[in-house]
Design a protein around this ligand. Structure first.
Ligand SMILES: [Zn+2]
Length: 92
C-alpha cells in the first residue's frame, strides 16, 4: 500500500472556510434582461437587492434577476488522518 492510497482512505473533513479575512459569502446580482451585473460585495445580501431595485427604477421593464452567491470551502485532514498527525489537526 502506497502513502497515496493510505491518504485516500484516511478521514477528511469538508467545511466552510473561516480563516481571517475570509468572507462568509460574496454576492453579485445579474439582470436577466440586459445581463448587467452589480459589483461584488462581501457578506451583505442587501446591497445586491438595492442594486436590483435601482436598476429596475432606471429600466422599468428589467424585472428578473439572478443572485450569485460565492462561498469558500476546504477539505482538511480529520482526526486519524496521518497528515493530521504531521501538521496538527485543525479544530472544527
Ligand atoms: Zn437590465
Amino acid at each position: 500500500m502506497t502513502v497515496r492510497s493510505v491518504i485516500k482512505r484516511a478521514p477528511w473533513r469538508f467545511h466552510g472556510e473561516t480563516g481571517e479575512g475570509s468572507p462568509d459569502a460574496i454576492f453579485t446580482i445579474e439582470c436577466m434582461t440586459c445581463h448587467e451585473e452589480s459589483e461584488p460585495v462581501d457578506n451583505d445580501g442587501r446591497v445586491p437587492q438595492e442594486w436590483a431595485m435601482q436598476h429596475t427604477g432606471r429600466n422599468t421593464d428589467h424585472r428578473l434577476f439572478k443572485l450569485h452567491t460565492e462561498t469558500y470551502w476546504r477539505v482538511d485532514p480529520a482526526s486519524g488522518n496521518p497528515l493530521c498527525e504531521e501538521d496538527g489537526c485543525p479544530t472544527p
